[in-house]
Design a protein around this ligand. Sequence first.
Ligand SMILES: Nc1ncnc2c1ncn2[C@@H]1O[C@H](COP(=O)(O)OP(=O)(O)OP(=O)(O)O)[C@@H](O)[C@H]1O
Ligand SMILES: [Mg+2]
Length: 456
Amino acid sequence: MKHISIKLGFYFLVCVTFIEAVLFALLYFSLVNTRVDEEVSSLLARGNSHSDVLEKYFDPQTIMHVALMESEAETKVVITAEDGKILAKSNNVDTAMEEHLAKDMGSVPEKGMVIENHWKTSNYICTVSPIQVQGETKGYVYMFLGTDSIEKMIERLTHQFLVIAAITFLLTVVTMFLLSRSLTQPLIRMKKATERMSKGDLSVSLNIKSNDEVGELAHSIQTLANDLNYMKKERSEFLASVAHELRTPLTYVRGYADIAMRDTLSLEERNTYLTIIKDEADHVTGLVQDLFELAQMEKHNFIIEKQETDLYDFLEKIVTKVQLAYEDKQIRILLSCPKDIVVSIDQKRFEQVIINLLDNAYFHSQLSSIISITVKSSQSSIQIVIQDQGEGIPPEDLPHIFERFYRVDKSRTRATGGSGLGLAIVKEIVEFHGGTIAATSQVGKGSVFTITLREQ
Ligand SMILES: Nc1ncnc2c1ncn2[C@@H]1O[C@H](COP(=O)(O)OP(=O)(O)OP(=O)(O)O)[C@@H](O)[C@H]1O
Ligand SMILES: [Mg+2]
């Protein structure tokens, strides 16, 4: 069986049919027993009422009258004297009746008793009621009911039961079919959706509203499809950006190489062009290195080797290192950091983070402005705040600056020749350290980048 709805429906059907069959059988047998018991007790009651009449008037006329009354009914009556002699009978006494009449019954209770109630094995069911006048037993009233009439009744009952059973089975089949279909329909839709997804069609819309486990599964599949769709889009955008970023410097390399090959150039001119070619080659190398690092980080192949570091010493060293390079713009770096803070960081990676942020501040600052590094320590976290007085970042760009290849100034000019990967790498490294980075900025006033590290 391949289809889950058929399988589910079949198993349900088997179980429910079994339960129904057991219940039907129980009901059938108890009904049959009740009906037979009813017949027997009504036969006994009839016998008793005859004996009651005869107890009052025990004379030949009344005896004949009782026998006559029964001759038209389905039941048969035989009235005997105390010694067993037949006084009157409503019909002929056949051998089966004779057997019962001949049976020694011992003492018959006043309320009468049942002599035979096996409707399947004997021809009659039979009761006897004593006729007692002034405490003395004068005779007996035997009542007989042919079991063929009971059999007929049972047959009718059986027929009715079969019809009802057939209807019940039919209704069960239909119900199970509909139920299993409605249960499995969402599963089948999800299966089809995932098949489509694996073939690359990510435009999945499942629209399953139930809030049970099936609904949750549908929701997860929908989220998966949306995420995959987003990643697919992002990947192609990323590849386009990479191609674009590589093309620009390579175009320069090619162009300047052409020029440098001309015979008419002086040595000095040629050197200038070769220097440009080298710069561009360096740029491409840097770019490829950055991309490689990002890829490593995303694959989680990136190993950071944390070590206990005195934060002041660490920042101080970096400031001394970059200060010289920033001299040309007369930019000063102010470091304000408490001396006793120890953090657990990968020094090489974290230096990359700080230098990236300082470089950004430097590139976007005017002549002789100030960049400040302020460290604040609270009980649970340490904040490193890098603030500049530069041009700032427009609010619409601010949410995107940590994305790969995102630059506020879209044209990659030679002066601001960044690739837009710096902050993406910074963010990854900070997050690898279990920290966060956030930026605020005001156009014309400057930007603030805040790294928050949790105290380990
Ligand atoms: N301190 C800042 N002041 C103004 N703008 C900034 C500052 N820092 C970043 N930006 C803006 O955010 C963009 C992204 O910065 P990011 O460091 O990722 O790239 P980049 O500096 O252009 O290139 P890269 O760092 O890879 O050489 C920058 O292009 C710049 O427009
Ligand atoms: Mg940068």
